[in-house]
Structures are given as structure tokens and as C-alpha cells.
Design a protein around this ligand. Structure first.
Ligand code: FES
Length: 209
């Protein structure tokens, strides 16, 4: 769970056009958005003006506009391009938000809080079936052994799981089925969803439904 390690922070489907997704990794809040040219931005979720969350801002295609006073930040650099209170002044490009590395792979968006020395190493095929993410109010250390013992429902293919440690007390399970059967994907998703919800209840020590 190192800050240099790659972790999934979202599914690719969480980033439709002109949307901003609120993610969290190791206690760090993130604003994640896909620009119109496809580039994915992962930024600290905090406007440089008064600290308002950028995840409630507007994705305008190549810029993100803060919802509060309208400061704008450019895709890729996160440099501030416009401050409404100083419309005649030079754009404050030297002011830039904090950005994090990003990779889109296997239907998931991956990031690391510190620059990772290694590329994300996986040997998955390019188009696995991506399971619905399951948020759990329990630390990753509790969830890991439960996932290791996960028994695929219906004796289907075993998913590969990744844990997104949102902070020290909670995490998100993200899973992909590397070689899904050619038919029945929806039924398979539902089976895994039910099994993972049961696993969540065990991790959170909830009484069985
Ligand atoms: S807090 Fe973002 S522009 Fe003021």
C-alpha cells in the first residue's frame, strides 16, 4: 500500500464525457476527469483559491472550471488559465494544481500518489469483464485474506482483484474477469456482485442478511 505503488482509483466507465469523478487513495482526495481529447487528469481535489473540491467543478472539455469563483485549470498541466477577478491580467500559469500519474488499462484507471518508478505490470488481456466496485468500511488488511479465499460463484472463472485503499479504515474492491465467457456476462456480473456484497458484510462484521 505504498504511495509509489499503482492502485486502481476508478473504472473507465466512471469517466464519461464532461464529467468529474471524485476518488480517494490512501487518504488523498482526487478529482479525476477525461478531457475531450481523451487525456485523463488526476488532480488533488482542491481549488487553489479557497480549497473548494474540484470534483464539483465543470469539465469544459480542455479545462476544469471551479464551481465557486470560476478559476480555470488546463488539462494535462493543471495550470491556472483564468481568474475572473483579474480578467485583464496575465493568466496565472505559474499557479498549478498538484497532478498525479495515471494509466488506463484493463477497464480501470490507475494512479499513484508519488511517481512510480515502474510501469504498471500486469499480464491481463486488454478487454476483461470489469466487475462493479464494492466499497468496504474495513481496512485493506482485513479484506485481503477474504479475497484470497474467494470462491467464484457457479464455479466460473476466477476474477483478478485489486484493492483501492481509500484510507486506513476503508477500501474499494475492484475486480476483472480476464477471460469472460462469450455469453452471460450480465448474469456473471450479478453473481459476483452478490458474492462480493456478502464478503463486504463479513469484512464489516455485519450480521448476515
Ligand atoms: S474556490 Fe475555486 S475559484 Fe474560488
Amino acid at each position: 500500500m505504498s504511495a509509489h505503488a499503482w492502485h486502481p482509483i476508478a473504472a473507465a466507465r466512471d469517466l464519461p464525457p464532461r464529467h468529474v469523478f471524485h476518488a480517494k487513495l490512501l487518504g488523498q482526495e482526487l478529482a479525476v476527469w477525461r478531457a475531450d481529447d481523451g487525456f485523463i487528469n488526476v488532480w488533488e481535489n482542491r481549488c487553489l483559491h479557497r480549497g473548494v473540491r474540484l470534483s464539483i467543478g465543470l469539465n469544459e472539455g480542455q479545462e476544469l472550471k471551479c464551481q465557486y469563483h470560476g478559476w480555470r485549470y488546463a488539462s494535462r498541466t493543471a495550470g491556472c488559465t483564468y481568474i475572473p477577478a483579474h480578467p485583464e491580467g496575465a493568466p496565472a500559469r505559474r499557479i498549478a494544481n498538484r497532478i498525479f500519474p495515471v494509466i488506463e488499462r484493463h477497464g480501470l484507471i490507475w494512479s499513484a500518489l508519488e511517481t512510480s518508478p515502474d510501469d504498471l505490470q500486469t499480464s491481463l488481456p486488454p478487454d476483461p469483464l470489469v466487475l462493479r466496485e464494492i466499497a468496504i468500511d474495513a481496512p485493506a488488511a482485513i479484506v485481503e485474506p477474504l479475497l484470497a479465499a474467494y470462491d467464484p460463484p457457479g464455479h466460473g472463472p476466477r476474477p483478478i482483484f485489486f484493492i483501492q485503499p481509500t484510507d486506513s479504515e476503508s477500501c474499494v474492491i475492484r475486480g476483472v474477469v480476464p477471460e469472460p465467457p462469450p455469453t452471460g456476462a450480465l448474469a456473471l456480473l450479478r453473481l459476483h456482485d452478490a458474492a462480493l456484497c456478502a464478503l463486504r458484510d463479513v469484512a464489516e462484521q455485519r450480521p448476515a442478511a
